[in-house]
Every structure is written in C-alpha cells, then in structure tokens.
Design a protein around this ligand. Structure first.
Ligand SMILES: CSC[C@H]1O[C@H](OP(=O)(O)O)[C@H](O)[C@@H]1O
Length: 363
C-alpha cells in the first residue's frame, strides 16, 4: 500500500542477500520501523512475538525463514528442523503449514547445493502471488460493496471489521480491507467501524493506522459496541478475515469474531469473510477441530501505548496477580457466514460453494 506516496510491502529480502526485512508491527502505530531477520530463529521469533502477523504474512515469513535456515545449512536435517521450528510457532493460521509444505515439496527433492537459490525464489513467488490474490479478493469484494451502495438512500456504506486483515496482515492489499480500499479508490462513499480488538488491539493500532494513512473514513469502537450499532441500523455489512477456514466454511478468526457474526445474524446484517485459497484447510470440515492458539496472560493484563518520547511502553491494566485466559481465536460456524470472498469469486460458506470455486480440491 501507499503511505504518503511511498509504496510498502510487509516483507522483503535484504539488500545484503542474506537477510529478510519486515515491518515490526509490535511498534505500530507509534513507531514505523523495519526489523532485520538473519536466521531461522529470527523468523520464528518474529512470528511468535507478532512482529509479523496475519495468516498470509505468517506464511510468507515462514517461507523466507526456510531460506534463512538453508543459508546456514542446506542439508536434509537442517531443512526438516527448520520446518519443525516454524510449524511450532503459531497453530491456528493454516497458511503457515501451507507455505512450509509448498516449500518442502520443492526443496526436499532438490540437490542441497541448489536449495538456497530455490528457496529464496519460491518465497518471493509466494509473496508476489499473495499480492495478486489479495488484489483479486478486493475486486470480488468491491462488487458486494457497490451492490449495497446502490441500494442505499444516501450516506456511506457502513462496514464493520474486526482485528486487522489489511495489507499489514498480508504482503499487500489485505483480505477484508482490500474491497474497502478498492471501493474508496473508486470514489464509493464508505465508512468503516473498526473494532479495537482486544487484547492486542490490532484494530485500533493497525487497521485504524492503515485506513488513516489511506484517508478512508473510519471510527474505532470498543469490541462490545458492534451489536448495538447493528441493532440501530448503523452497519450495512461486516467483512472480516480468517486464519483458517474449513472445507465446509467454518471460519476461525480473531477472538470476538463469532460474537459479531451472532449479532449480524440476529440483525440481518450481511457477514462476509475474505480469504485466499491458501487459508482454506481442505483436510478439515468441522471448525471444532481447528486448533485455537492460547496466548500469554500478559496480553490481557498489560497494554502497549506511546510513551512521552515517541517510543512504546507497556502498562498493567488489571488487578495485580489475577490470572487471565487468552484464547486468540474463535470459530464462526458456516451457518452464520453470508459468503466467502476469495480470489476466485464469492461463494457460499459451504462444501459445495468452496468445491465449486476450487474443483481441484474436491473431496
Ligand atoms: C488476513 S489474516 C488476518 C487475521 O489474522 C489475525 O490474527 P493475528 O493478528 O493474531 O495474526 C486476525 O485473526 C485477522 O483476521
């Protein structure tokens, strides 16, 4: 995406030919700073600590992580260990497994002395493919926004989104935000309700940062306000991302998504999920089988903010000593999803809908 005339991607190879650079998302929106990844462990740490986050970007980072590992040691043992380390970073986003398997399918049969160049090239292709995939998601989602805009008697199309599924969650464009950017760029009057998205506030910190930088009208709301806004007719549609969607359309996404889907269903608000095919888990049909990441209690009991010197500070916000639970995702059953916006088009959240768009995956 463009920020003040400068085009950015979220991950890129370092000029030294032996590193990868990322935008450190743990510092946004207060500090815009690149971090340099030089080793497998740097890449794994970036995923675990959420310097990079978002299913497609996690997959891209893992792909480059394998390259960094092979730079140090291109042997079979090193490749297998690297895959194991990266797969253990975060359990829910299926793009991680997809990217690792994609890379291993190419690297394992290759001669070790060809693997470094092959890994870097494929990681770059994965990034380029993600940009085009998200651009296509945007164009298919744009048609949905245009249809709602055509039916409105004046005023903006009010869209609610949860967490961050913008260009910061992918290599560029984003998934849930891509249709919004395209509608805004086309001059359609849109306004976005941005769920702050506790506990890490990806909405308030990242989605609001993205939309503000692009000039898209938006308002940050507390997570608990969405149902009220839907009841009062102030939400025309919801668009969210996903970290893993089953072959039958059950959707794992940031914690709180399910509650928004319930409110949308109760108020007849269309609830769309935007995703690339790489986020579909064709091995699962029942969302209850999706592993849900449990993150540290400190994410609930502490909050990041700007200190007085332009840096980032963390403050305790909970009663000292109180334990906290922190499931990072929940599962929205397909019955609550109006449609899935993919790079191949929009389909019902069902096995039939998905196999119609992805016949090669038919089971
Ligand atoms: C396009 S994937 C975005 C997806 O990832 C986020 O989770 P996290 O910030 O923990 O990586 C959230 O679930 C978004 O919808």
């Amino acid at each position: 995406m463009q920020i003040n005339g400068t085009a950015y991607r979220t991950i890129w190879p370092g000029e030294d030919g032996a590193s990868v650079e990322i935008i450190d998302q743990t510092l946004l929106p207060h500090v815009f700073e690149a971090a340099v990844l030089r080793t497998l462990d740097d890449a794994a740490r970036a995923i675990v600590t959420m310097q990079v986050r978002g299913a497609p970007l996690i997959g891209a980072t893992a792909a480059y992580g394998l390259w960094l590992a092979l730079l140090a040691d291109p042997s079979d043992e090193a490749l297998d260990r690297a895959a194991e380390v990266l797969l253990a970073t975060r359990p829910t986003a299926v793009n991680l497994r997809w990217a690792i398997n994609d890379m291993l399918a190419r690297l394992r049969p290759a001669a070790p002395d060809t693997r470094v160049a092959m890994a870097k090239a494929r990681a770059g292709e994965i990034c380029d493919e993600d940009v085009e995939t998200c651009r296509s998601i945007g164009s298919h989602g744009l048609a949905l926004i245009e249809k709602i805009a055509a039916g409105k008697q004046g005023g903006p199309v009010n869209i609610l989104t949860h967490c961050n599924a913008g260009w910061l969650a992918t290599v560029d464009w984003g998934t849930a935000l891509a249709p919004i950017y395209m509608a805004f760029n086309k001059g359609i009057d849109v306004h976005v309700w941005v769920d702050e998205t506790r506990p890490r506030n990806q909405g308030a910190a990242l989605t609001a940062y993205e939309l503000g930088a692009h000039g898209v009208p938006h308002r940050i709301i507390v997570d608990n306000a969405g149902g009220h806004l839907m009841q009062r007719g102030q939400v025309d549609m919801c668009i969210v991302g996903t970290d893993r969607t089953t072959a039958s359309g059950d959707v794992a996404n940031k914690i709180g998504t399910y509650l928004k889907a319930l409110a949308a269903h109760d108020n007849d608000v269309p609830f769309y999920v935007a995703l690339p095919g790489t986020t579909i888990d064709w091995t699962l049909h029942d969302g209850r089988d999706i592993p849900i990441e449990e993150r540290g209690a400190e994410e609930v009991t502490r909050m990041a903010g700007r200190d007085g010197r332009g840096g980032v500070v963390h403050v305790d916000i909970a009663a000292p000593g109180s334990p906290a639970g922190n499931p990072a995702f929940d599962v929205t059953p397909a019955r609550l999803v109006t449609g899935l916006i993919t790079e191949r088009g929009v389909c019902a959240a069902s096995a039939e809908g998905l196999s119609g768009l992805y016949p090669e995956q038919g089971r």
